[in-house]
Design a protein around this ligand. Structure first.
Ligand code: XIL
Length: 404
């Protein structure tokens, strides 16, 4: 039997990793943690005193054979059972993240919220702070305070920033909606140039255009489309590229995760844009889901494959999974966990998938909080969904990422 035994550092029994878990063997510790986020020695602070476990060890490496150099032991997450998601995701070359609320630093539980976020995640999207309603509240000046603070917070905690969104028909201030076509076109150019330049080298990914299509795949009658025609999409990408040559530029939308008329239309549209030289690097799939309302994960996998085949990177940008409040809560929590796990596994296995982010952190403050769509509950206890994400990252063999 080719079992490999890896000794853990805190005198718990060694765990044996069999070839049934090929390539990756991550130790699972039941560390007396019950998922209470405030429990343990360092709630709200750093994790120095928590239990430590080794980082994943490739099975097959032996003492005689040359293997990777020994690495620092990884610490258990405050939720127990495994190291934090960000370290587990890094083994796969992925980032894992969350949408940071506009008022994250003023929440009554801000210290707890931010400490969980920084421990578990390594990318954040400002949920609202970079939208026009906030940045361009009044004519003549930008209000940078909130977005600057979120970007600085991310940098301080070694997290990437996913900027959201440059051009969208939602959350546009009334004075902008009142502009004439020529003024609006000028504002679009000036807005993208200003925002992208300000965060050049600090924002890693931009949602350049958000939700430009409606359900049947045709263009939304947004103020941008009505003023400029469909060329506004290509133009937005070109301006963004001009002001940051290195940032990743993506198109982001909902209801395009599965094979359906809208994702067909998007695929065709993006293929056309790429042919014309529009600098689009990837697609953001929002994935606001419900436990029962999706056509199956095979369709998601196949859909990702066809976008990746165009050379586009895949970002899961706003994932949440609403439960059915009329159904049994225990069963719903398990269905939710299964779907979170399945989607993450598909991302891990797709070489062009770069990141998965949930649209919020716990059910207390998320956009769809009443639908209990997050991996943590109102009290920041880990739900089965969070456990499923831990397990998938631990147990799925890494797939080499495609070069960018
Ligand atoms: C939502 C935010 O979560 C809310 O706080 C806000 O009131 C409305 O917008 N698709 C998007 C996101 O691209 O910007 C939206 O965010 C959710 C749907």
């Amino acid at each position: 039997m080719n079992d490999k035994v890896v000794q853990i550092t805190n005198h718990r029994p060694p765990v044996s990793c069999t070839p049934l878990r090929p390539l990756l063997c991550t130790l699972v510790l039941v560390a007396g943690c019950n998922g209470d986020p405030t429990g343990g020695p360092a709630a709200g602070g750093d994790a120095r005193d928590r239990d430590v476990v080794p980082v994943p060890v490739p099975v097959g490496a032996s003492e005689d054979a040359p293997g990777p150099p020994p690495s620092e032991p990884a610490r258990l997450s405050r939720f127990g059972e495994a190291p934090p998601l960000r370290g587990l995701a890094a083994v796969h070359g992925l980032r894992i993240g969350f949408a940071a609320p506009h008022d994250m630093f003023e929440l009554e539980d801000s210290a707890l919220y931010t400490s969980i976020a920084t421990e578990e995640y390594d990318i954040l999207t400002p949920e609202n702070s970079m939208k026009m309603t906030y940045l361009r509240h009044v004519p003549g000046r930008y209000e940078w305070e909130r977005s600057d603070r979120l970007v600085a917070f991310a940098e301080a905690h070694d997290m990437a920033v996913h900027g959201h969104p440059l051009i969208w028909s939602g959350q546009v201030t009334q004075w902008i909606k009142d502009l004439g076509a020529a003024e609006l076109a000028a504002l679009m150019r000036e807005h993208i140039a200003t925002v992208v330049s300000r965060y050049r080298g600090r924002v890693d990914v931009w949602d350049v255009v958000n939700e430009a299509l409606v359900r049947d795949g045709s263009l939304r009658d947004s103020l941008w489309y009505l003023s400029m025609g469909e060329s506004y999409i290509a133009e937005a990408f070109h301006i963004a590229r001009e002001h940051d040559p290195d940032v990743t530029l993506i198109y982001n939308d909902y209801d395009v995760g599965w094979l359906n008329p809208k994702s067909d239309a998007l695929l065709e549209r993006l293929a056309g844009e790429l042919d014309r030289g529009t600098p689009i690097d990837g697609v953001g799939f929002q994935l606001h889901l419900e436990t029962d309302d999706h056509p199956g994960v095979d369709s998601l996998r196949e859909n990702f494959r066809r976008f990746a085949e165009l050379g586009l990177d895949i970002y899961i940008t706003e994932m949440d999974i609403a439960v059915d409040w009329r159904a049994d809560p225990g069963t719903e929590a398990l269905k939710q966990a299964e779907l979170y796990g399945d989607v993450l596994r598909i991302c891990v296995e797709q070489p062009r998938c770069r990141a998965l982010q949930t649209w919020g952190l716990g059910d207390r403050h998320a956009w769809r909080s009443s639908l209990k769509a997050m991996p943590f509950d109102e009290e920041y206890r880990a739900k089965p969904a969070f456990r499923a994400m831990q397990r998938v990252l631990q147990e799925t063999p890494p797939t080499p990422r495609a070069p960018r």
